[in-house]
Ligand binder design. Structure first.
Ligand code: ZN
Length: 143
């Protein structure tokens, strides 16, 4: 029990932020199809870059994370959302983390705690711009 309490109240100095960078382009592709988060990471700082030139309303990209079991339903729902809503269903608990939608030449960074992930869980990341998920998706693992 002591060990459990110690972990729960571990000082923030134990926090370990792991950096991930992923790039999308005008060819509707991410430069990675797998992202592995090491087990010691307490949070993830994810930077999405858009290496293309096209604007967000034409070739926008975001990075959205969901359980693989939820991915298809979230991707389908995002098709009915607008750019103003980030091409995502509002307040959808199935969305574990997401960036805003960016256009060519832009970048954006988000941070999320790995407490939202289960070790060994099966996660899919994708771009929720309508239709992009067919080509812009990959898997994320933790642990
Ligand atoms: Zn996209």
């Amino acid at each position: 029990m002591l060990a459990v309490c110690f972990v729960l109240f571990a000082p923030s100095a134990w926090a370990r932020t792991c950096q991930v960078t992923i790039t999308g382009n005008d060819q509707m592709k991410f430069d990675q199809s797998t992202i592995a988060i090491a087990p010691g990471c307490t949070e993830v700082s994810l930077t999405l870059k858009h290496a293309g030139k096209l604007a967000a309303n034409v070739m926008g990209h975001d990075w959205v994370l969901a359980k693989t079991a939820d991915f298809q339903a979230v991707a389908d729902a995002s098709t009915h959302a607008t750019l103003a809503d980030g091409y995502l269903p509002k307040d959808d608990a199935r969305v574990i983390a997401h960036t805003k939608v960016i256009g060519g030449g832009e970048s954006t960074t988000i941070t999320f705690p790995t407490s939202k992930l289960q070790k060994g869980g099966d996660y899919t990341f994708f771009c929720s711009f309508p239709g992009h998920w067919t080509m812009m998706k990959g898997t994320l693992s933790f642990g």
